[in-house]
Write a protein that binds this ligand. Structure first.
Ligand SMILES: Cc1cc2nc3c(=O)[nH]c(=O)nc-3n(C[C@H](O)[C@H](O)[C@H](O)COP(=O)(O)OP(=O)(O)OC[C@H]3O[C@@H](n4cnc5c(N)ncnc54)[C@H](O)[C@@H]3O)c2cc1C
Length: 416
């Protein structure tokens, strides 16, 4: 069923009784050309682009829970491409371009909202660093504007500009950055892939990997053994666990990241805005709730919930940036499992096992990467070689020393 103004009107007159389910709830077949492990944003996008760009439709996405139960439905929905380093900038810019055409591509309202992302700076040294990043973006054809204090005040008058400890001195704005409704991305990609013939198999956990003579031949699942010519791992926070089934030890740690939503208030914050003196960011959802988050909790875990000290720390940062937040009530919080790589950048690559491919290491920034990640991973799987956009995201860069350390702070998950 194609979604359009005409289908909407016709359903309205029929009492909305004729809508069909968005995607087929498939049961796995015995064999596929490609199996994607993980039905998050990246796995579903990969399946969509495998079918659309490479004509591969004998494909299954195996998801241990339900579609949207992982980080794709838990993130704070921010998209941007304000990166500094050569390996990252073109990749994230391609992702933003795909976001800009996504709703037409998949015929699904993902509520792509390019409301702008502002990173505040609070010192002269930080202004220099942000100017450098903004210039690198412009050299790569990415939009960026360095705002002074008064320009920021016009956009965000609610900030504490004269905070004695962290006065706001300006900000780096990416006007094309913004937010996208996260679960709609999962549903939209699932629907688009399913329409092209991909099997989306929920409640089908991969429990083992069968390898013969260095080549993958299929996966063991809770619904039996499934044969496959090629297998792609896109299991985000569970990447290390899944890779261990194939005997691979990844340069990845799993950490918890929390998110929070406040009670709904009238329109207040019409951009995404981040605190430069700590790690705190906030935007406002269409329902009026403030959606915010910050840093990882800082200990390894596979639990999808966080701890109290980080909650307190985040609230302090929020109030330091926007004092009026102290009068808001917060309604909900949750956690997701982050696949933190050692340099903060992702991996989209082949593995030493023939026919096995890896998509991992997204840390807390993988939502914005969803379209480009799926697009590049599909290319890598279909053509058996990386696309130039993901050529730097190699698995062996941690051995060869070709790290992509965007923050320049060192190779440990708690530093980036
Ligand atoms: C609180 C929070 C805030 C965030 N905010 C942002 C943000 O604002 N912007 C941004 O860009 N990024 C953000 N992120 C990061 C982003 O959400 C992730 O990097 C990204 O969603 C990971 O890719 P995914 O969607 O494929 O992951 P997931 O949705 O987690 O998909 C992986 C799937 O694999 C499945 N799986 C695991 N093991 C198996 C198995 N053995 N068999 C079958 N299936 C399996 C899981 O059930 C899961 O559904 C945030 C994350 C969190 C938790």
């Amino acid at each position: 069923m194609k979604y359009s103004i005409f289908s909407l009107l016709s359903q309205a007159f029929q009492g909305n009784k004729g809508w069909s389910t968005a995607w087929r709830d498939a049961q796995p077949k015995d064999e596929y050309d490609v199996i994607i492990v993980g039905g998050g944003g990246h796995g579903l996008a990969t399946a969509h682009y495998l079918a659309k760009e490479h004509g591969l439709t004998n494909v299954a996405v195996l998801e241990k829970g339900y579609i949207g139960s992982g980080n794709v439905g838990r993130n704070t929905t921010i998209i941007r491409s304000n990166y500094l380093l050569p390996g990252n900038t073109p990749f994230y810019e391609w992702s933003l371009k795909l976001w800009e055409g996504l709703e037409q591509d998949i015929n699904f309202n993902a509520m792509v909202s390019q409301r702008g992302v502002i990173n505040l700076f609070h010192s002269d040294a930080q202004r220099d660093a942000f100017a450098r990043r903004g210039n690198a973006m412009r050299l790569n054809g990415v939009d960026s504007e360095l705002l002074d204090r008064e320009q920021v005040r016009q956009i965000a008058p609610y900030l504490d500009f004269d905070n004695a400890r962290f006065p706001v001195k300006g900000g780096l704005l990416q006007p094309r950055g913004g937010t996208v409704r996260h679960d709609a991305v999962a549903w939209g990609y699932a629907r688009a892939a399913s329409q092209r013939g991909v099997d989306i198999c929920q409640n089908c956990e991969v429990t083992g990997v069968r390898i013969e003579n260095g080549k993958i031949i299929g996966v063991e699942t809770t619904k039996g053994f499934i044969r496959a010519k090629k297998v792609g791992f896109a299991a985000a926070g569970n990447s290390s666990r899944v890779a261990a089934m194939a005997g691979l030890r990844l340069p990845i740690e799993s950490h918890v990241l929390q998110a929070f939503v406040s009670e709904g208030v009238k329109p207040l914050i019409d951009t995404v805005i981040t605190f430069g003196a700590g790690h705190f960011y906030v935007s406002q959802s269409d329902k009026g709730g403030l959606v915010f988050g910050g840093d990882i909790d800082g200990y390894n875990s596979y639990a999808q919930r966080g701890s109290m000290p980080l909650v307190e720390h985040l609230m302090e940062e929020g109030v330091a940036m926007i004092p009026m937040l102290s009068r808001l009530r917060f309604l909900r919080s949750w956690g997701g499992i982050m696949d933190m790589s050692m340099d903060g950048s992702p991996i989209i690559d082949k593995t030493p096992i023939e026919g096995l491919y890896l998509n991992a290491g997204w840390c807390y920034g993988g939502f914005k990467a969803t379209p480009a990640s799926g697009w590049c991973f599909a290319h890598t799987i279909a053509r058996d070689e990386p696309h130039k956009l993901n050529a730097a995201f190699r698995l062996d860069r941690f051995a060869t020393g070709h790290l992509i350390d965007e923050k320049g702070q060192g190779a440990t998950p708690n530093l980036h």
